[in-house]
Design a protein around this ligand. Structure first.
Ligand code: GUN
Ligand code: ZN
Length: 449
């Protein structure tokens, strides 16, 4: 934890968002300082701007200067399964087969609390290495998997959302609860963890096919009783899954209507994937303030489909949208690689995602999707100082490429196209250095705004 009156100042090129590039345009929403100064006190940003303008506010700050680097808000991963870290990149299946053959086998290991502790700790270390400071995380059906995760996150003082998966059908017996036990266990976890330090609980019905109507109803009732918690689930990832939901819930108009019927739609609801939605579902997502996580490496890995950026951010009905890795169907915890993958998915649908929009979706846009935009996701006074220092020359090829780069937009695009966790030079959690990587032997240059 931060000592009282501990003051830190970070100097270097720095970037944040003051608006939404999908709405305000890229240039108007970017806040880029070529020679920036960020002042931090007791884990909170107190000032951010041009060095010359802000330096008058320096007092007894401990000043750290970064060159050939870019200081950003820490990345936010809006949908990831920590227990699947150990089965990332499992070959050859689409969603339902992949769940049965790999996921439901692996997740059974989390009945063992020691295993859950070990994987939680590894996963969070890898998040930091990737520059990710906040995530919305699926645990397994075992309450102990949630305790292990929150304990590990709290130890690192990370802002994390997580929850116990609810499943009472279409899964192995060892991974199922019941409508009642799932409710009771989730409520006990909410009591234990929700609002403790930087932790928040997400009620987590895995997806409609693995819950009975009774379980979805119980999940809705629990959310109504604890309205400040989040709710996370999957929607319309795979066409066979959509057809399956139709057959399991024939009385409902569409997939989202299943969740809506049970009170699982609204602010702080986060729906993973959303690849095969009807127009009416998009409209309802926008109107209810629900959020979508786009998981590009997962969608291509499982052959699930193409995300429709243009529809998601349609001018008259933009939805809250964040990027996500969806490990272990996603193949990386790196949000840089995830941004690069999102660009390629966009291209296949004739939508060219700009670098500004991609970085927004991994920072402030993701925070907005999670209703955390008043706490994390941007650098400005009052925000929690979760910061990432990105090395702009993390490999010889990127270093060489950057020498032929002329402005910040181009630099961002190169980083998301070519960069990965090797670019993470340092990560600060609430103003404390949480990860650091020493860098050597690279040339010097500066970027115009
Ligand atoms: N749908 C239901 N469960 C899962 C999961 O664990 N991963 C993915 N990608 N989709 C799901
Ligand atoms: Zn998922």
């Amino acid at each position: 934890m931060v000592e009282p009156n501990k003051r830190l100042a970070l100097r270097g090129a720095a970037l944040s968002f003051r608006g939404d590039p999908f709405i305000d345009g890229d240039e108007a929403s970017l806040h880029y300082e070529q020679d920036g100064l960020i002042l931090i006190e007791n884990g909170i940003v107190t000032a951010f701007g041009d060095y010359q303008a802000v330096k008058t506010q320096l007092r007894d700050h401990n000043i750290k200067q970064y060159s050939d680097a870019l200081i950003l808000p820490g990345f936010i991963d809006t949908h990831v399964h920590y227990p699947q870290t150990q089965m990332t990149g499992a070959y050859g299946k689409q969603l339902i087969d992949w769940l049965n053959k790999y996921t439901f086998v692996t997740e059974q290991q989390f009945a063992n609390a020691d295993h859950a502790t070990l994987v939680s700790d590894f996963f969070l270390g890898e998040c930091l290495r990737a520059g990710t400071t906040t995530a919305s995380v699926y645990c397994t059906v075992h309450p102990g998997s949630v305790d292990a995760f929150f304990q590990a996150a709290d130890k690192r003082n990370m802002r994390m959302i997580a929850g116990k998966v609810l499943m009472d059908r279409n899964a192995p017996d060892a991974l199922t609860d019941t409508a009642q036990s799932g409710y009771d266990q989730s409520e006990a976890l909410i009591t234990r963890w929700h609002g403790l330090n930087r932790l928040s609980y997400a009620i987590t019905p895995r997806f409609a096919p693995s819950s009975t109507p009774q379980q979805l109803e119980a999940a809705g009732a629990l959310w109504k009783k604890h309205p400040h918690t989040h709710m996370q689930t999957h929607i319309a990832e795979n066409q066979h899954e959509v057809d399956w939901v139709k057959s399991l819930y024939p009385e409902r108009h569409n997939y989202l209507d299943v969740y809506s019927h049970y009170g699982l739609v609204g602010p702080r609801a986060i729906f993973g994937h959303a690849l095969h939605l009807e127009d009416v579902e998009w409209r309802q997502l926008a109107q209810t303030g629900s959020a979508v996580s786009h998981c590009p490496t997962s969608n291509s890995f499982l052959g699930s489909g193409l995300f429709d950026f243009a529809r998601a951010k349609q001018a008259d009905q933009p939805i809250r949208l964040g990027l996500a890795t969806d490990v272990g169907a996603g193949t990386t915890l790196s949000m840089l690689q995830t941004m690069g993958a999102a660009y390629k998915i966009g291209q296949l649908g004739h939508y060219s995602l700009s670098a500004a929009k991609a970085f927004y979706l991994a920072t402030r846009g993701a925070a907005q999707a999670l209703y955390l935009e008043d706490k994390v996701g941007s650098i400005s006074p009052g925000m929690e100082a979760d910061l990432l220092v990105l090395d702009l020359k993390s490999t010889p090829l990127i270093d060489f490429r950057m020498q032929h780069c002329e402005n910040i937009e181009e630099a961002l695009f190169i980083q998301m196209t070519m960069g990965d966790d090797r670019a993470t030079e340092a990560v600060y959690i609430a103003g404390e250095l949480a990860y650091s990587r020493r860098t050597t032997n690279r040339s010097t240059y500066s970027l115009a705004g």
